[in-house]
Design a protein around this ligand. Structure first.
Ligand code: R1P
Length: 287
C-alpha cells in the first residue's frame, strides 16, 4: 500500500520517511558516499564491514529508485546512496539525507566524468578542488529579437570543495590507485549530458560546436565534465557548515579524442576509488 505523506512543504510519512529517498532517522549515517549508479552502490557496499552475527546491511530502495545502504567501514557508520543523475537528484539526496541525519555531515561523491584537457586522461581519478556550473540558456532560443545576443550557455563562478576532505581523498586515492592515476583540478557540472557538455548531433539546434574549446580557453585548469558535483558543493556552501562535501570522478570518456574507457576496466577502478572515498570519509573530522 502507498504511504501517506503530510506537510506539503517537506513531505514525510507519519514515521518520518522522506518523499523521494524514503529513509528516516536512524537509517542514514552522517558520513555518506554518493554514487550515480545503483550498480556502483551495490559494488561498493561489499567493501563495508560484514554486519555482526551474520546479519545484513541496512538497505532501502525507494519507489523513485534511490538506494540507500547503511553499515560501517572499519567500525565507523557510513551510508552509500545511489544518487542517479543530474542536479535535481543530487538536491533530493543532500536535502533528504540532511533532514534525517543528526549532527554534522560529510558527503563525498564518486562519479564518472569526461576528461576535458591535459593533464586529465582516460581512467584517471579526478578530484574536484572546485566546480563551476554550465547550463543551457533557453532564452537564447526565444522568439524575442534580442535573443540572438544572448549567450547560449552560461557559466557560474566556481564553488570550492571542502579542502580537508579533498586532501584526504588525494592521500587515500594515491595509496589505492597510485599517485600517477590521481589528479585534481576544476570540475564543470553541466545540466545536460549532451548540449551543455558540448556533444554535437543533428537532431536539435544546440549551438554548442565551439563549447569545448571555449571551456578549455576560459578555464585552463578545467579537467572534468559531469552532472552533479557543483550542486553538491553549492548545497554544502548553503548548509551553514552542517554539510562538508567533495566530489571526484573516474574519467570514462576523453572529450578531445572521443575515446571511451573499456567498460571491463571500470569496476576495478570503482573499487579502488571507492575504498579511497570510504577511508577519507571515516578520517573526516566532523567536529
Ligand atoms: C551520465 O552518464 C552520468 O554519469 C556521470 C554524470 O555525472 C552523470 O550522472 O556520473 P555518474 O557515473 O556518477 O552517474
Amino acid at each position: 500500500s502507498k504511504p501517506s505523506f503530510s506537510n506539503a512543504n517537506f513531505p514525510t510519512t507519519p514515521e518520518g520517511r522522506t518523499y523521494h529517498l524514503g529513509t528516516k532517522g536512524g537509517e542514514v549515517a552522517n558520513r555518506i558516499l554518493s554514487v550515480g549508479a545503483t550498480q556502483r552502490a551495490e559494488l561498493l557496499s561489499k567493501l563495508l564491514d560484514p554486519p555482526p552475527n551474520g546479519g545484513q546491511l541496512f538497505r532501502y530502495l525507494s519507489s523513485r529508485g534511490f538506494l540507500t545502504v547503511t553499515g560501517e567501514y572499519q567500525g565507523t557508520p557510513i551510508s552509500i546512496v545511489s544518487t542517479q543523475m543530474g542536479m535535481p537528484n543530487m538536491d533530493f539526496v543532500v536535502r533528504e539525507c540532511r533532514a534525517v541525519v543528526e549532527g554534522p555531515m560529510a558527503v563525498v561523491r564518486l562519479g564518472t566524468c569526461g576528461a576535458l584537457q591535459p593533464p586529465a586522461s582516460l581512467g584517471q581519478l579526478i578530484i574536484a578542488h572546485s566546480s563551476i556550473n554550465i547550463r543551457r540558456n533557453p532564452d537564447a532560443w526565444s522568439d524575442l529579437s534580442t535573443a540572438s545576443m544572448l549567450p547560449a550557455y552560461m557559466f557560474t563562478l566556481p564553488v570550492q570543495a571542502d579542502p580537508h576532505i579533498v586532501r584526504l581523498l588525494a592521500e587515500e586515492a594515491s595509496s589505492t590507485m597510485g599517485a600517477s592515476n590521481v589528479i585534481s583540478g576544476l570540475n564543470a557540472t553541466a545540466d545536460s549530458f549532451y548540449s551543455s557538455q558540448g556533444r554535437v548531433g543533428g537532431n536539435f539546434d544546440d549551438r554548442n560546436e565551439g563549447l569545448i574549446e571555449e571551456m578549455c580557453e576560459k578555464y585552463p585548469d578545467m579537467v572534468s565534465l559531469e552532472m552533479e558535483t557543483f550542486h553538491l558543493l553549492d548545497m554544502a556552501r548553503c548548509s551553514g557548515g552542517r554539510v562538508r562535501a567533495a566530489g571526484m570522478c573516474l574519467a570514462l570518456a576523453d572529450r578531445k579524442s572521443n575515446e571511451m574507457l573499456e567498460y571491463a576496466r571500470l569496476e576495478q577502478l570503482e573499487v579502488e576509488a571507492g575504498l579511497a572515498a570510504l577511508r577519507a570519509l571515516i578520517k573526516t573530522d566532523l567536529d
